[in-house]
Write a protein that binds this ligand. Sequence first.
Ligand code: AMP
Length: 423
Amino acid sequence: MEFTKFKLNKQLLQAVSQAGYRQPTPVQEKVIPLITAGHDVMGIAQTGTGKTASFLLPVLKKVGYAQGASPRVLILAPTRELVTQLYQETIKLSQYTDIRSLAVYGGIGPKDQIQALEQGTDIILATPGRFLDLYGRGCIPVKTLKTLVLDEADKMMDMGFMPQIRSILEVIPLKRQNLLFSATMPSSVIELSEEFLEFPQKVEISPSATTAETVKQFAYHLPNLKTKINLLHHLLTNTKAFNKVIVFVRTKKTADNIYKYLVRSTEGEVRVIHSNKGQNTRINSLNAFKNGEVRVLVSTDVAARGIDASMVSHVINFEVPVVYEDYVHRIGRTGRAEHPGIAITFYDPSEAYHLKKIEKLIKQQIDRHPVPPEVIIEKTSFKEQQIINRAIDRQRQIEDPTFQGAFHKKQKGRSKRRFGNRK
Ligand code: AMP
C-alpha cells in the first residue's frame, strides 16, 4: 500500500485501509511529509481533495496515544457542521488507536461538553466562539497544546472570526506547530497566515486541476425558470443514475420553492438546507443525505460549503453562482477523491455572462448540451423577460461603462414624461 511510505503507525494504516483509501491524493502526497517533518503548513485545497486526512494522519501520528487529561491538538473550523464532520473523520482514522477526541460547538448548551472535557481528551475540535467560551469558564487546559489546525480559514474570515482567532492565539502556547487550510486565498487569509504561521511551507492544489480530473461538467442553456424546472424534473426521473443529487440555488426563497416542487413531483426523499433552517434540522438533513436516506438535497451555497457527502452522483446548479468560486465549491461535492461525478449547470440568458466568467476562472470550457426533446420549452413571461433584460444590461454596463442599455433608455424616457406631466 502506498501509504506505507509515510511511515504512519500500523493502527493508522489499518484505518486508512479500512476507509478504502488505496493511494494518497496529491494534497496528501505533499502535505503529510511536511507536517511529519514538523513544518508549519499552509494548504490551499478544497474539500474533496482529501485535505482532511492530509493533516489528520500526521497529527494523529504525532499524538500517538492517549496521554494525561489535557489536549495536545486543537482543530478549529467555522461551523458546527464542519466541526462534526472533522470529528467523524478523526474518529474514523483513529479508530484503532486509543486517542480521544472531542467536538465542541455552539448552538447547544455547554453542559455536556463541559462534562466530556472533564473526562480528558487528546484532540479538541471546536468552533472558535465555543472554544473561547469554554476556555473562559476554565474548562479547557491549553498549556499542553502542541498543534493548532485552522480549517476552512477563508470561511472563518468571511464569517468574521478574526478577533476570536486572535484571542485564541494569545492564550495558547507559543511553541507549537501551526497548520492552516483554506479553499481560496483572499488577502484576509494571507494576512492571517502571516500572523499565525512561522516559515510555512505552502502547498497549493489548484481548483482547476481538481475539478478537471474527476468531475464531468456540462451545461444547458434554458430560456426561463419554468423550463429549468421541466428539465430538472426530467433529469430526476432517471432515479437510477441520479441517485444522490445536490441541487444548488442562489437564494433561500428559491431553495424553498424548488424543494416544495420536488417533494410533490419526485421519487425518493427530498430535503432542503439553508441558513434559515435550524442547526439541528440542517445536521439531520445532511446526515440523512450522507447515509443515502435522502436522494435529493436542495441547498444554498452557504449551507453546503465544505460539507463532504461522499459519492454524490450529481451536482445540479439550478442557478449559476455569482460568486464564481462557489462554482468550484459546489461541483467539489461530486467527484470527490477518486469517485467520478457529474456537475450540470442550468443557465438562462442573464446567466450566460456568469458562466463565461466561471470558465475563465477554472480555465476550462464547459460543454453545452442540447435540451432533451422530451423537455417542454416554456414561454418566458413578460416580467421574467424584463428581469433578464435588466440583468443583461447591467452586465454590459459593467464591461463597458459607456453602454446605455435599451431598457434603461426606455425607463429614462418614461420618467421624463412623467415628470413632464407633473409640471
Ligand atoms: P476532504 O477533501 O478531506 O473533504 O476529503 C474528501 C473525501 O475523500 C472524504 O470522503 C475522504 O474520506 C475521502 N478521501 C480522503 N483521502 C482519500 C484517498 N487517499 N483515497 C480515497 N478517498 C479519500
